[in-house]
Ligand binder design. Structure first.
Ligand code: NAP
Length: 502
């Protein structure tokens, strides 16, 4: 491979994935003057979730002036909530601006990585058949990755167009067709309004109604763009205001979920004002505390549900036939296409990559066996020296921008890597006791949050515990990770063996 690497052929860092996480890590390495790193991406381009998810109407539900890198502000966001394509183009531009292309390797999946304890190196096996050696391994594989397909009798026998929201068929034209959309999550509520104007008929199959709040999306005025371009500090101030407004919601999400009732009021008022038909309104009314599942943000979902050619189906799907969906109440609905907007297999964790650490331990197998993924601030895991994760366990958010978390994690990883580069250690591994104590704190903290108020969501493990969400303020996460404490880790060198133990 022709990417930069050290003279001995050993990389400083191998990064898996070229989404927001992988790009942030690569940029941090470049800024630190490191060049012996590579980013391996299984897809043919960068972008991660914003490359894969190409369904009509895709946009981010966090305002763009916040959902972007703090070090790569963009004064030109076209809207408050920009489209997926605009976000993807932003990512491409950031990669160009930081000269990342020589480091990015596309169509190169990482299938396995094994830690060689004697050499203190990770052996990374690529889908191309090659093996590369690296001192540190960083996973930036994202959580919303592997489509979760519904287990519905006959789905495989359906003869029409059929695809998951994250695998949208770009050749599919809904014009004049009868389209079934299964699911009412963040993806479905963006798809339905986008196809309703073209399709002959849309059936939206709902299992659980979702809380929806208005987005108040609007184009960015020319004046705002000019002001932000010429006064970057003003844009930074605006970003801070947006961040603070979102962060304040953590008080209700993570400290006093009873306050969520106050957030339910405007959502109820919005539903009442937007949906006149009492039957439809009742069917769209959620029966769980707002925030327990992801709060959906949309200006056009309810108006779409009012359309003559959009029908909400709440009866359970009994089976799917060659050309129709049959519900449990015996109704047979002929359809031309089925869109499964049924979410992702979140608990796959680092999908497609087998990670073998010290003593032959398999990271994801251990997590599956335990029924929960456990790490230290979602970044490191005991038994896996020199392995660092971006958006690992318990670092997802329900109230703020995930890019804030990625940047905090990148800073933390860089501090650990500097121990290696300074020759203070050849391996860095979080102490088992430190990880255990942290997870006890995490679990105790989680009990107070809205995510454990009784709804069923993809945030939860089968036993009802939560391995996906950070149960506190993002500011707390930033504070706790702004410096990596040496005493939390075992640092080992080749000559001296363990150099420091907590
Ligand atoms: P999701 O939130 O997991 O929603 C999946 C939907 O499919 C739910 O309504 C679920 O119903 C339904 N469903 C699942 N299995 C089903 C079955 N067998 N039969 C009938 N219905 C079934 O998935 P998503 O909408 O793709 O969103 C996933 C995550 O992606 C979001 O939470 C968000 O974090 C992210 N996302 C973000 C944006 C954005 O704007 N930033 C956009 C899209 C997605 P139940 O509720 O009953 O389980």
């Amino acid at each position: 491979m022709d990417a930069p690497s050290k003279e001995d052929g050993i990389l400083d860092v191998a990064i898996i994935g070229a989404g927001f996480g992988g790009l942030a890590m690569a940029i941090a390495l470049k800024k630190a003057g490191r060049t012996a790193f590579r980013v391996f991406e299984k897809a043919s381009d960068l972008g991660g979730t914003w490359l894969f998810n190409r369904y009509p109407g895709i946009a981010c539900d966090v305002p763009s002036f916040l959902y972007s890198f703090s070090f790569a502000q963009n004064p030109d966001w076209s809207r408050c909530y920009s489209s997926g394509d605009e976000i993807w183009r932003y990512m491409k531009r950031v990669a160009d601006d930081h000269g990342l292309h020589p480091y990015l390797h596309f169509n190169v999946p990482v299938t396995r990585a094994q830690y060689d304890e004697a050499a203190r190196l990770w052996q990374v096996t690529l889908g191309t058949g090659e093996t590369v050696l690296t001192r540190a391994l960083v996973t930036g594989t994202g959580a919303l990755h592997v489509p979760s397909l519904p287990d519905i009798n006959g789905l495989d026998t359906f003869a029409g167009a059929k695809f998951h929201s994250a695998e949208w068929n770009e050749d599919f034209d809904p014009a004049g067709k009868t389209v079934a959309v299964i699911g009412t999550g963040a993806s479905a509520i963006q798809i339905v309004p986008s196809i309703a104007g073209k399709a002959h008929q849309v059936y939206l199959f709902q299992r659980t109604p979702a809380w929806v709040v208005p987005r108040f999306d609007r184009p960015t005025s020319a004046m705002t763009k000019a002001l932000f371009r010429h006064l970057p500090l003003l844009q930074r101030l605006y970003r801070t205001l947006v961040y603070t407004r979102m962060e304040l919601r953590a008080i209700a999400f993570t400290v006093w979920p009873s306050l969520m009732k106050q957030l339910e009021k405007p959502a109820r008022a919005y539903l009442d004002a937007a949906i006149q038909d009492p039957g439809l309104r009742a069917a769209l009314t959620p029966n769980y505390t707002i925030g327990c599942k992801r709060v959906l943000v949309s200006d056009d979902f309810y108006p779409a549900m009012n359309r003559e050619n959009v029908a909400l189906i709440t009866a359970r799907i009994e089976r799917i036939e060659r050309e129709a969906i049959v519900t449990a109440d015996g109704v047979r609905l002929p359809v031309d296409a089925i869109v499964t907007a049924t979410g992702f297999r979140v608990t796959e964790w680092i999908p497609g990559v087998q990670l073998i650490g010290r003593d032959g331990r398999d990271l994801t197998r251990e997590w599956h066996k335990a029924g929960a993924a456990r790490a230290y601030y979602g970044i490191t895991a005991e038994g896996f020296p020199n392995l660092f994760m971006l958006l690992g366990p318990n670092t997802g958010l329900g109230h703020n921008s995930i890019i804030f978390m990625i940047e905090a994690q990148t800073r933390y990883i860089m501090r650990c890597l500097k121990w290696l580069w300074a020759g203070e250690a050849e391996s860095v591994e979080v102490c088992a006791e430190v990880q255990r104590t942290f997870n006890e704190w995490l679990n105790a903290r989680m009990q107070r949050t809205v995510w454990l108020t009784g709804c069923k969501s993809w945030y939860l493990n089968p036993d009802g515990t939560n391995s996906t969400i950070w149960p506190s303020f993002t500011l707390t996460y930033w504070w706790r990770t702004h410096a990596a404490r040496r005493s939390d880790f075992v640092l080992e060198t080749a000559k001296t063996g363990p150099a420091a133990r907590a």
